[in-house]
Write a protein that binds this ligand. Structure first.
Ligand code: MN
Ligand code: MN
Length: 455
């Protein structure tokens, strides 16, 4: 058995589609950097296309502005099962702490708490933007998005100069070289008012001026930070990478590449025979905790609503009958083999960049702990589907056994009884501020999702 490169198998008419899809994706990555913005962006698109909230034929459902589901009803009844694609729209980042603002040596900073699996050294000495919302006591909210436009300032976390970093950083383990408590964002440096002669020096004058700016521009006070969600993310645009523009580089491709491709595939499907349901989950990067995550029971609520909308009694019997016949894809990225770090990969079993969408039959760690593993029967079904529809795909695991591992949302959905498997493109530099995707893999991921929903 031999895997083949996407560009060896692309049909003439597909080459241009790869490029136009890639350009749309670069624009999407540049604008959408948080789960809230992703939900907003998709809901706008759905409304434009005539989708209504909770419409049984073609509708959508949002929860707490961070979880989105959208569906098109099929010609077959729900009890024959549905087709689900689920991805996640949260990404590793730096959250502002609850009391973030402080001043030291006439420099003002914001304290952060990292969210998800980051390598801390990635986040220093680079431009950062702030995205999020502040909710005030009266329930009104202020959107924050600073650092993306040409005329806006950016923010940064300063690193130690090499001249003084020998003991403090270079002799340490990578994971300890930059402590989490040092990930403080440089936020200001001009004092509030000139020091009056003979008067005792006022404290925290820089912070005072920063607070004044926050109040004037956004109407927020220092106390409002406790009811805010503000994230620091890499500032700037996603870009094509490589002289031949083979790759797309940008922040948050795990897993917004699957959100983008599954949403695009979903919109294009017409008159499906099974009801198609596409889900966008939150909190995957921290283990799917909380009421917008895959571990919450929001999915059940949604299915019961769809059952009622079809005029069926909303019983557990009906729920599990549907789940029993349901086929699902857990759309998430995996690690592509990096030729510079072959020692962590199993060349025979890991994913090659440019060789198409990857079915990861199982994830987990050690002896397949914490893993959902797709059954042989379901793998057989997907193989046949992808072969028939010319989807370039590879079936892989991630890394050498006992080298590490990871998990996705698939096991939470598997617990309802549906068949589900992890599938998505391979990335290089995964979980870094500038993740790398091959555009051939982008296209084949989209194609795989589309043929799955249409089947
Ligand atoms: Mn992921
Ligand atoms: Mn991840």
């Amino acid at each position: 058995m031999k895997n083949e490169h996407v560009f060896d198998l692309l049909k003439e008419e597909e080459v241009e589609r790869v490029d136009s899809l890639s350009k749309d994706y670069v624009r999407f990555l540049t604008t959408v950097k948080t789960e809230r913005v992703c939900v907003e962006n998709f809901v706008d698109e759905l409304k434009k296309r005539g989708f209504d909230e909770l419409n049984p034929k073609q509708g959508f459902f949002t929860y707490r502005n961070k979880f989105l589901a959208c569906w098109k009803s099929g010609t077959k009844p729900l009890t024959e099962g549905i087709k689900i694609i689920v991805s996640h729209i949260d990404t590793p980042r730096l959250d502002l702490k609850l009391h973030p603002l402080f001043e030291e040596m006439d420099l003002s900073f914001l304290k952060t708490h990292y969210y998800g699996g980051i390598k801390k050294y990635h986040w220093v000495a680079m431009p950062l933007a702030l995205h999020g919302i502040v909710v005030k006591r009266d329930g009104s909210s202020v959107k924050i998005r600073i650092g993306e436009e040409d005329n806006e300032p950016v923010f940064t976390i300063c690193d130690l100069l090499p001249h003084l970093g020998r003991k403090k950083q270079e002799e340490k383990k990578l994971s300890e070289a930059i402590p989490a408590e040092n990930l403080n964002i440089l936020f200001g440096g001009i004092p509030f008012e000139k020091k009056a002669k003979g008067k005792k020096e006022e404290k925290e004058r820089v912070k005072k001026r920063i607070l004044k700016i926050l109040e004037d521009r956004y109407g927020i006070t220092e106390a409002d930070f406790v009811s805010a969600e503000i994230f620091a993310v890499p500032a700037g645009q996603a870009k094509f990478v490589g002289l031949d523009e083979a790759f797309i580089g940008g922040y948050g491709q795990d897993d917004r590449v699957c959100a983008f491709t599954s949403f695009r595939a979903f919109l294009e499907v017409t008159a499906p025979s099974y009801t198609t349901l596409v889900l966008f989950m939150d909190r995957e990067e921290i283990g799917s905790e909380g009421n917008t995550s895959a571990k919450s029971r929001i999915f059940e609520k949604l299915i019961y609503r769809l059952i009622k909308a079809q005029g069926l009694p909303p019983t557990p019997d009906n729920f599990f009958e549907i789940m029993h016949h349901t086929k699902a894809l857990s759309a998430d990225v995996t690690a592509g083999i990096d030729p510079n770090y072959l020692e962590v990969h199993d060349k025979l079993n890991d994913a090659k960049v440019g060789y198409g969408v990857v079915i990861s039959r199982y994830t987990g760690h050690g002896g397949k702990y914490m893993a959902n593993e797709a059954h042989a029967e379901y793998m057989g079904y997907l193989r046949d589907l992808f072969e028939k529809k010319d989807v370039v795909y590879q079936v892989c695991s991630m890394g050498k056994v006992d080298e590490g591992g990871g998990g996705t949302v698939s096991k939470y959905f598997a617990s309802y009884g549906m068949d589900i498997v992890d599938i998505g493109p391979p990335l290089l530099s995964m979980h870094s501020p500038f993740e790398i995707l091959h555009k051939g893999d982008l296209y084949m991921t989209y194609k795989a999702f589309k043929v799955f929903l249409e089947s």
